[in-house]
Design a protein around this ligand. Structure first.
Ligand code: NAD
Length: 308
């Protein structure tokens, strides 16, 4: 039977997710948004692009969650995006209310469906979705590490003038200023960048990665990035729906790994049909581990302050 993915939120990220999913041709796509007519209109537009782009994916739009019934995966992109000068954490108060209302809808129509969270602040929103869902922790995960890693990959390739596909990278921690790019695990065709670039260039690239979202927000002025975030999200959806066993960084629930528990943060996982099938514990150096723990504990503090 054809797989089905529901994308909640039909704004910039949600619509780009729907487009990439449609083009990937492996699932039906439903887009849900509170704005009347908008998801239906975008779904019709995407359907009409199919003959030119070479897909026959069924794409539909809706304003209520009955349309999500039978989904194999729900991608949550509903929520406000940043404007220049804002941090992702500045979105907390508005987006927590949006997430709570989204979870009421999801619980009513798809109580046992895996959740892939994109809304910011990402690690807190992923925790909230999990908390409100009652699902096992492996079934709820957040997209951040793939995006932060592809940003680092792109900057390494730009610096070295090499193919972006030959650059691999690993970025751990929360999806915010405290994220932890790992140069030791960032390579070009297997060669660590620590052997290819001087420390000051690596530090500059790592900082540009941390600021990668803000750089785009500053340029766009009216919203935040969506092409790369959506591409990263669809790579995760593909990993789950097609059981790819991808080893990638994503926001996952920790229960003792890296000395952390009861928090979602970016760590390397194996992602397949069981969701987060394994969390990989890297042998981090002391400063790397401390940075990861510091990043996660900042989000733990926010989680403790959330309304029930
Ligand atoms: P956007 O403003 O373009 O779209 C958000 C959509 O959510 C709007 O269409 C809005 O109508 C909808 N919405 C609001 N409340 C809703 C509700 N209760 N139910 C359903 N839909 C609702 O914003 P965007 O650029 O698409 O970004 C969406 C979210 O994704 C933001 O929180 C943004 O910060 C986040 N984001 C995350 C990443 C990441 O890597 N995790 C990257 C980019 C953006």
């Amino acid at each position: 039977m054809q797989k089905k993915v529901t994308v909640v939120g039909g704004g910039n990220v949600g619509a780009a997710c729907a487009q990439y999913l449609a083009e990937a041709n492996f699932c039906d796509v439903v887009m849900i948004d509170v704005v009347e007519g908008m998801p239906q209109g975008k779904a019709l537009d995407l359907t009409q692009a199919g003959p030119v782009r070479g897909y026959d994916t069924r794409v539909t739009g809706a304003n209520d969650y009955a349309a999500a019934k039978g989904s194999d995966l729900i991608v949550i992109t509903a929520g406000l995006a940043r404007k220049p000068g804002m941090s992702r954490e500045d979105l907390l108060n508005s987006n927590i209310q949006i997430m709570d209302s989204v979870m009421v809808g999801i619980n009513s129509s798809c109580p046992n469906t895996m959740l892939l969270v994109v809304s910011n602040p990402l690690d807190v929103m992923t925790y909230r979705a999990w908390q409100k869902s009652g699902l096992k922790p492996n079934m709820v995960f957040g997209q951040a590490g793939v995006l932060d890693s592809v940003r680092l990959r792109a900057f390494v390739a730009m610096e070295l003038g090499c193919a972006v596909t030959d650059a691999q990278a690993m970025v751990l921690g929360g999806h915010g200023d405290s994220m932890v790019p790992l140069p030791r695990y960032t390579t070009v065709a297997g060669i660590p960048i620590t052997e290819l670039l001087p420390k000051e260039r690596i530090d500059a690239i790592a900082q540009r990665t941390r600021d990668g979202g803000a750089e785009i927000v500053k340029l766009l002025k009216t919203g935040s990035a969506y092409y790369a975030p959506a591409a990263a999200t669809v790579q995760m959806a593909d990993a789950v729906l097609n059981d790819r066993k991808r080893v990638i960084a994503c926001s996952a629930h920790l229960s003792g790994q890296y000395g952390l528990s009861d928090v979602f943060t970016g760590v390397p996982v194996t992602l397949g049909k069981g969701g987060v099938e394994k969390i990989h514990e890297l042998k981090l150096e002391r400063d790397e581990l401390e940075a990861l723990q510091k990043s996660a504990s900042g989000y733990k503090d926010i989680i403790r302050g959330l309304p029930k």
